[in-house]
Design a protein around this ligand. Structure first.
Ligand SMILES: C[S@@+](CC[C@H](N)C(=O)[O-])C[C@H]1O[C@@H](n2cnc3c(N)ncnc32)[C@H](O)[C@@H]1O
Length: 203
């Protein structure tokens, strides 16, 4: 899997991939909506070379982490940010093997969770998120919707309705809000996503 993603980030320009956003308005509005202090610890899981980290730095967030399975994606994001990259913690890891050394007040995932298609992978993700997010912390996850594409970057994804996504997280998280939203790709097509935000329950 790591090889697939390194190949993608080696061979494709940012605007060659369907998930590209010039400015991640939706994700920024979700994170801003959590009303966290700027010192809050925020992680973008499967952040790739998304510009979310740039936007959050500009908004004054001080404790940002970007995790991705692809070292090449992280290299690209760092190169884009230049010296500002030093203000971010970068982690190259498969999220299902991530061993967090700190907790996170907000966990953001746009289009990564849906690549986990087996129960052990999903269970590992949920258990790591549960451990990493303390009671009251937020988790935002966006996947292809059950009406959306069946593949992303040539890989089969697991599609979710709002209820199905809620069911996955309900054991340890309270659902705050879910909606279907449309992402306009750089190719002029549209992709339907399901986006949900949750809050970690007390243990
Ligand atoms: C569709 S892209 C979305 C990237 C970014 N979230 C965005 O919105 O621009 C999916 C990202 O998830 C990463 N990824 C896929 N499987 C992963 C895994 N098991 N652990 C960590 N990252 C993963 C890929 O390298 C890629 O950067």
């Amino acid at each position: 899997m790591e090889q697939h993603w390194n190949h993608v980030y080696h061979t494709k320009q940012p605007t060659d991939v369907s998930w590209y956003e010039e400015y991640p308005h939706y994700s920024v509005s979700l994170i801003e909506g959590f009303n966290l202090a700027k010192t809050a610890r925020v992680i973008d899981v499967g952040g790739g070379d998304s510009r979310l980290v740039d936007a959050l730095l500009e908004l004054g967030y001080l404790n940002l982490t970007v995790l991705d399975i692809s070292e090449q994606a992280i290299k690209r994001a760092k190169a884009r940010l230049g010296s500002r990259a030093d203000q971010v913690q970068w982690i190259v890891s498969d999220v299902t093997r991530f061993a967090p050394s700190q907790s996170f007040d907000a966990w953001h995932d746009r289009a990564t969770f849906h690549f986990l298609t087996t129960e052990p992978q999903v269970d590992a993700y949920l258990s790591i998120a549960e451990q990493a997010i303390p009671a009251g912390g937020f988790l935002s996850v966006a996947t292809f919707s059950d009406q959306g594409p069946t593949k992303c970057s040539g890989l089969t994804v697991r599609q979710y309705s709002s209820d199905a996504l809620t069911d996955q997280f309900a054991y340890r998280f309270t659902r705050l809000h879910c909606e279907e939203m449309t992402h306009p790709t750089p190719f002029g097509t549209q992709q339907l996503f399901t986006a949900c935000q949750f809050q970690r329950k007390a243990a």
